[in-house]
Design a protein around this ligand. Sequence first.
Ligand code: MRU
Length: 370
Amino acid sequence: MADQDEQTPLGAGPPMLPSLRWDEPPEGPEGPVVVLLDQTRLPGEEVELVCTDVPALVRAIRTLAVRGAPLLGVAGGYGVALAAVRGYDVEEAAALLAGARPTAVNLGYGVHRVAEVYRAAVRGGADTGAAAALAEARALHQEDVEASRQMAVRGLELLDELLPGGGHRILTHCNTGALVSAGEGTAFAVALAAHRAGSLRRLWVDETRPLLQGARLTAYEAARNGMAYTLLTDNAAGSLFAAGEVDAVLIGADRIAADGSVANKVGSYPLAVLAKYHHVPFVVVAPTTTVDLSTPDGASIEVEQRAGGEVTECGGVPVAPLGTQAYNPAFDVTPPELVTAVVTESGIASPVTRDALTALCDRSRQVTIS
Ligand code: MRU
């Protein structure tokens, strides 16, 4: 493409700090803690945020210090374990955590899964249920790492099938890498696998207004991994498609309803419409824990509305007249007919139908249980 200021890939940086970890300092009165890489400070500073109690973790979730659907599930699970281990009211903690953000179904999944194990242990006569809760949170953490790995393998196979010959130019939106997961992420993990296989020509990174998860976080991860990437404003995507510069769109999801409707970061739906018009595959990569068969359709997904200040300001600097009202849904919903495929750890749904999603969830449960 002419006149395009393509960014030169940076060399691979040192390994990133883990997005989230459970820590038990050996000495001192601190006790176990949940440690997060504070995503509000990236890319400028790599700072860990130590949560010693559940309200601190809830604050971190609300302010997006920890974010992204799969990681919210892991955070929710460890939050319940933290309450159990420290002797707080687990039911109160579970309610607080599950209600911290409404759209990513993984948060409720992680909270309820660990809380259920805690309750069963208490019913079964365990002292506090704390050990069982922590073991379950750790299991969930490990499953998320493994799910990332599987999604990357399956997603790369699909890309190579859809786009034979390599040289993929992939457009992505928001942030779906190691910062949203205990592993390497969802959609970004597929792009990273393509990069490692030598088949990624360019990763187009939408900046993702208003909070710039693309510019701040995806660009940070792409640079750390030495990937060839270029940042664009969200509204430049149309001309990029028109110029024939996009071979596929890869995005993540915060909730996938039973009919295959996909809630993801606001700005995903317009990309799906563009992709359809330009005959470009639109692929969603998400673990089966993001598929919510109890939400029947897209209209039933609760979309988080966030503060208008995120739109009227940019990086804390006002960009609109004082008193301007803003429309600020955090997510939008893409109908299944615009989605080429949903890639999960247990397989691929294409076309995206209720039956296909149900089969993938059933398969994943079998693998987890066995
Ligand atoms: O509001 P956020 O930053 O928590 O949004 C979640 C997201 O990062 C995206 O919607 C993402 O594509 C889904 S999570 C892998």
